[in-house]
Design a protein around this ligand. Structure first.
Ligand code: ASP
Ligand code: ASP
Length: 359
């Protein structure tokens, strides 16, 4: 039986115990991946920094690690059949304690295409959490089943970090309340790379509910790895980006502006290479009357885009409600459907690097 590698160090966190194999990997320089593609058994092998690692926050990923994920994602797209056994003998649990269609299905399909076994726990009645079982007990039970990786979505901030602390298998955060959604940000940055050719020098606008969206902080953290990035947070004050995001960007000397007044939007739009739109996160509003007040307070349509560069790409993590006009779908500005499709190769790459077979 193949055992999951135990965890290596997470940057910014106290080191976790490492076994000698992980110590060996750690001592090797970055970019120590060994590709064995298209051999007789069509197996791929990876030895990477990400092996055995939790992906809890986008802050945990360096530019090198991100570029490694992208390199593997490119290879997945070019040589998909070479990946069919990368997770052979590995079991991945998908513990989704919050609704999801896209993220759940792309993780599910990604693990299956790599030849892994999937334990889907996405119906409330399939876990005992609704019967009052603690998250701790649920995680320990999964660990007892010998799962090699846990992908978890949970409505609480901090849930993914908690899970990573209590189980030895790697934990991939598929959304932790309003806090973060790191794999969404990975596919977002991959989309920018595929569509624009590079991330350096980007002027990236984020528009909508920046306060309760979890994709926004994760994307801001990830792009802070690149050079000469400029961020424009376009939202009324009540929906502006959270202070924790600003503090992080200040710390990393990333330039950003907050655009709160309607009359400043055209000028901001005219500067952008990419506009990332998010829906109002209704489920996370502590006060329903505040949601009612802000509902319909922003909408991106062709009229707004008349100020934009012709090359502007519009992105959206989906699902959309009414904040992004369908007339944009027919224009070259619409990057969001391609963006959604990049969820699969990037998640396959993440699985391959974190839990894939190495030798
Ligand atoms: N919650 C959204 C959905 O169900 C997005 C996601 O899954 O990430 O599609
Ligand atoms: N799908 C994304 C998420 O799960 C965005 C959204 O739901 O609005 O956070």
């Amino acid at each position: 039986m193949v055992c999951a590698p135990s965890k290596t160090v997470i940057r910014g966190e106290p080191p976790l115990p490492t076994d000698s194999v992980n110590a060996f990997y750690k001592a090797m320089p970055i970019r120590r991946r060994v590709f064995v593609l298209g051999d007789r058994e069509t197996r791929s092998a990876f030895k990477s920094d990400l092996r055995g690692r939790d992906i809890v926050s986008a802050k945990d990923l360096s530019r090198d690690e991100l570029e490694l994920v992208f390199e593997v994602a490119d290879d997945v797209l070019a040589n998909s059949s070479a990946y069919s056994a990368v997770l052979r003998g590995r079991r991945v649990a998908l513990l989704f304690v919050e609704p999801s269609t896209r993220t759940f299905s792309s993780f599910y399909i990604a693990a299956r295409r790599l030849g892994g076994d999937v334990l889907p726990l996405n119906e409330p009645e399939m876990t005992s959490l609704t019967k009052g079982e603690t998250l701790y007990d649920t995680l320990k039970m999964l660990e007892g089943y010998g799962v090699d990786c846990i992908v978890m979505r949970h409505p609480s901030r901090g849930a993914a970090r908690f899970a990573a602390d209590v189980v030895s298998a790697p934990v991939i955060n598929a959304g932790s309340g309003s806090q973060e959604h790191p794999t969404q940000a990975i596919l977002d940055v991959y989309t920018i790379l595929k569509k624009r050719g590079e991330v350096d020098g980007i002027s990236l606008g984020m528009l909508g509910d920046l306060r309760f969206s979890r994709t926004v902080p994760s994307l801001a953290y990830l792009v802070s790895n690149f050079d000469d990035v400029e961020l424009h947070f376009i939202a009324p004050s009540a929906l502006q980006v959270r202070q924790e995001v600003e503090l992080y960007l200040n710390d990393r000397n990333v330039k950003y502006t907050k655009v709160t007044r309607q009359q400043d939007i055209p000028d901001a739009i005219s500067r952008l290479d990419v506009l990332y739109v998010t829906r109002l996160q209704k489920e996370r509003f502590p006060d329903p009357s505040e949601y009612e007040r802000l509902k319909g307070s922003y909408r991106v349509d062709m009229d707004m885009l008349r100020y934009a560069k012709t090359s502007l790409g519009v992105m959206h993590p989906l699902p959309r409600v009414d904040e992004l006009d369908a007339e944009i779908d027919r224009t070259p500005h619409a990057w969001y459907f391609d963006q959604a499709s990049y969820g699969l190769p990037t998640r396959m790459a993440i699985f391959a690097l974190v839990v894939g077979e190495a030798r």
